[in-house]
Write a protein that binds this ligand. Structure first.
Ligand SMILES: [Zn+2]
Length: 93
């Protein structure tokens, strides 16, 4: 599975990707994450971790609710301000 197809699935299924060291945990209430998707997350974990750290909108699990917090970060990149805020709160716990 390509990274782009994986990112489409992450957003379609509202999968929350949680960095755990150099691995990625997943949380998707009321949704079964297919094995092929889990394998793709493992395969692309380095790129996903980089995008999560950048709060890239492609790893945002809630496009509809967070869209108002999207902003242009330059060089063709868009970031989600809400995901950035939530990431800081989660890492403080
Ligand atoms: Zn977001």
């Amino acid at each position: 599975m390509t990274l782009e197809k994986l990112l489409d699935q992450v957003q379609d299924k509202h999968i929350i990707l949680q960095p755990r060291g150099d691995c990625i945990g997943t949380w998707a209430p009321n949704t079964c994450i297919p094995l092929t998707t889990r394998r793709a997350i493992w395969k692309h974990k380095s790129e996903l971790l980089h995008r999560i750290a950048q709060s890239d909108i492609r790893t945002c699990p809630s496009r509809d609710l967070h869209r108002q917090y999207y902003r242009y970060a330059g060089q063709g990149r868009f970031v989600c301000g809400m995901c950035a805020l939530l990431e800081k709160e989660v890492t403080r716990l």
